[in-house]
Design a protein around this ligand. Structure first.
Ligand code: PLP
Length: 480
C-alpha cells in the first residue's frame, strides 16, 4: 500500500485494550473513526505511517495496515502515492469545521467592545511599531542560538537567567543607561510585569506591607503590589516627576516609579528629587523600584542615566524588550542589590523555573552583535518624526490642549483646558473611531488629559486622527 510520507510522522493517540474482546485492528479503526467524527482529525490531515503508528501502539504493523485499509474502503481515508495516508475530504459530516484562519489585521478590533464604531485611529498605549521588528536580525540570532546552544542549556536553567545574556545585559545597561550592573545582580524575567511581581513577593517576605506607587501611574504596578498582598499607597506626580519629598510621611517600605519618563504624564524626575529619593532609601533602608520602561527612546539627547546607577544598594531596576523590540518576546530583567538577587532568583524559580533558554540565547546574540543598538538607531528617528507630527497636529487642530510630556518615549500627553471633561472627550473620540486613553482613567488621579500613543501610526494617519479628535473635542464641549 502507499504508505509513504512527506514529513515526520504525526503523533496520534489511540487507546488499545489488549484484554478486550474486539480485535486490535477493530480497536484502531474505532479510535480513528472517533478522531475523524470529533474533528480532532480533519479533512486533509496526514496520518502516521503504518510503521510509526504500529510502533507507538505496540502492535504489529499489519494491524494498523488492516485498519487503514478498512477506513479507506469506508471512504474515510485516502492513500496517495508518496503523500502517505490522509483523512478524506468528506470523511465526516458531523465533525466541526476547520477553524477560520485568525485575522492578521491590525489587532485593534479585540478591544472595540459593544456598539462602538470601528477604530480608525488607534492612539492607545505605547507599543512600538511592530512592523519595524528586526525580523532578519532576530532570525539570524535565533539560528545561531539554536546551532550553538549546548545540549545542557536545554534543561531547566539557572532561574536567574542564562549566564551569557546576563553578561550582555550588564554591559548594555552600563553603557546605555549608566546602570551599575554586574551579571550576578541580574535576574531575567518574563517582562517587567513579572519582574515587579517578583520584587513585591520578596518584599512581602521581608516584612514590607506598604509600597508607594505613582498616582497617576501604570495600573499594572498597582496590580503587582495588590497581587502580592501588599497595600499600594498613592504618591502624587507633578511636572518634575513623582513628589518623592512626600515619601517620608507615607510609612512605606518601598516606592515603585518611572523616573526616566513618568508614566503616563511624561515628566522626567528632577535631579534634586533623585538625590532626595536616594537619601530617603538609604536612611530608611527602603527600596526604590525603578521601572525604566521606554528610556531608550529619548529624542532631545539629554537622557539622564537610570536611578539605579545613583543608588545601586537601594534600587531594583526593571527593564524589558517590550518597548524596544516587541511585547510578544516577554523578555525582561531586574538588576538587584546583592542582598536581593538570591531571593529574587528563588522567587523566579517558584514562579516558572526560568526564562526560555532559546529566547535568552537569541537575545544575548542580538545584543552581542550590536543589533539592538542598530535597531534603536533606525527606529528612533521614525518615532521622533511621528512625535513631531503629533505635536504639530495638536498645535494646528487643538491649540487649547497643552502637551506636557518630555521629548521621549512612544506616547505623549496633552492636558485638557478647564471645563473640558476627560471622560466626555475620550467617549466622543471613541464615537468617531479615535481610540485613546485619559490620564485619569486608571485611578482618577492627575490633571485631566489625553494619553496619545503615536509610535504605531504613520505621520499622515496621526494628522488625520488628530483632525478627527478635534471634532470630538468640539462635540464634547457642546454636550457639556
Ligand atoms: C510603565 C510601563 N512599564 C513597563 C511596561 C512594559 O511591561 P512588560 O515588560 O511586562 O511588557 C509598560 C508597557 O506598557 C509600561 O507602560
Amino acid at each position: 500500500m502507499a504508505d509513504g510520507s512527506d514529513g515526520p510522522s504525526p503523533e496520534l493517540l489511540a487507546a488499545i485494550d489488549r484484554r478486550a474482546a474486539a480485535p486490535l485492528h477493530a480497536q484502531v479503526e474505532r479510535a480513528l473513526r472517533g478522531h475523524i467524527r470529533s474533528g480532532r482529525l480533519r479533512p486533509g490531515d496526514r496520518l502516521p505511517s503504518t510503521r510509526a503508528l504500529a510502533a507507538d501502539l505496540g502492535v504489529a504493523r499489519g494491524v494498523v495496515a488492516e485498519a487503514y485499509a478498512q477506513l479507506r474502503a469506508e471512504g474515510r481515508l485516502v492513500a496517495n502515492r508518496g503523500a502517505g495516508t490522509r483523512v478524506a475530504a468528506r470523511a465526516s459530516d458531523s465533525g466541526p469545521a476547520r477553524p477560520a484562519p485568525r485575522s492578521s489585521g491590525g489587532g485593534e478590533s479585540h478591544l472595540a467592545a459593544g456598539p462602538q464604531p470601528a477604530i480608525r485611529f488607534d492612539f492607545r498605549l505605547g507599543i512600538p511599531d511592530l512592523a519595524l521588528f528586526p525580523r532578519r536580525a532576530w532570525l539570524a540570532a535565533n539560528r545561531r542560538a539554536l546551532a550553538e546552544l549546548p545540549d545542557g542549556d536545554l534543561g531547566y536553567g539557572d532561574p536567574a537567567g542564562l549566564a551569557a545574556l546576563r553578561g550582555e545585559l550588564a554591559a548594555y545597561l552600563g553603557r546605555v543607561r549608566a546602570a551599575d550592573a554586574r551579571a550576578d545582580s541580574i535576574i531575567v524575567t518574563a517582562g517587567t510585569v513579572q519582574g515587579l511581581a517578583l520584587v513585591c513577593s520578596v518584599l512581602r517576605e521581608r516584612g514590607v506591607r506598604r509600597i508607594a506607587v505613582e498616582q497617576p501611574g501604570w495600573a499594572a504596578q498597582r496590580a503587582a503590589v495588590l497581587g502580592a498582598g501588599l497595600e499600594p499607597v498613592g504618591l502624587p506626580v507633578d511636572g518634575c516627576g513623582a513628589r518623592v519629598e512626600l515619601l517620608a510621611e507615607l510609612d512605606v517600605g518601598a516606592v515603585m516609579l518611572t523616573p526616566a519618563h513618568q508614566f503616563p504624564v511624561g515628566a522626567v524626575l528632577d535631579p534634586e528629587r533623585r538625590r532626595l529619593l536616594a537619601a530617603w532609601a538609604a536612611n530608611g533602608d527602603a527600596l526604590i523600584v525603578e521601572d525604566d520602561y521606554d528610556a531608550e527612546y529619548r529624542y532631545d539627547r539629554s537622557a539622564p542615566g537610570c536611578l539605579q546607577g545613583l543608588a545601586p544598594e537601594h534600587t531594583v531596576y526593571a527593564g524589558s524588550t517590550s518597548k524596544t523590540l516587541a511585547p510578544a518576546l516577554r523578555l525582561g530583567w531586574l538588576v538587584a542589590p546583592p542582598a536581593l538577587a538570591g531571593p529574587l532568583a528563588r522567587a523566579k524559580l517558584d514562579a516558572d523555573r526560568c526564562a526560555p533558554a532559546l529566547t535568552q540565547a537569541a537575545f544575548a546574540r542580538l545584543l552581542a552583535a550590536g543589533e539592538l543598538d542598530r535597531h534603536l538607531r533606525r527606529t528612533r528617528p521614525v518615532y521622533r518624526d511621528r512625535r513631531a507630527a503629533l505635536l504639530d497636529a495638536l498645535a494646528g487642530h487643538l491649540p487649547e490642549l497643552t502637551p506636557t510630556s518630555a521629548d521621549a518615549g512612544l506616547h505623549a500627553v496633552a492636558l485638557l483646558p478647564p471645563g473640558l471633561d476627560e471622560r466626555a472627550v475620550v467617549a466622543a473620540a471613541a464615537a468617531r473611531g479615535v481610540a485613546l486613553t485619559g490620564v485619569r482613567q486608571d485611578g482618577g488621579a492627575g490633571d485631566p488629559g489625553l494619553v496619545l500613543g503615536y509610535a504605531s501610526l504613520p505621520a499622515e494617519r496621526i494628522r488625520a486622527g488628530i483632525a478627527e479628535l478635534a471634532h470630538a473635542v468640539a462635540a464634547a464641549r457642546r454636550t457639556r
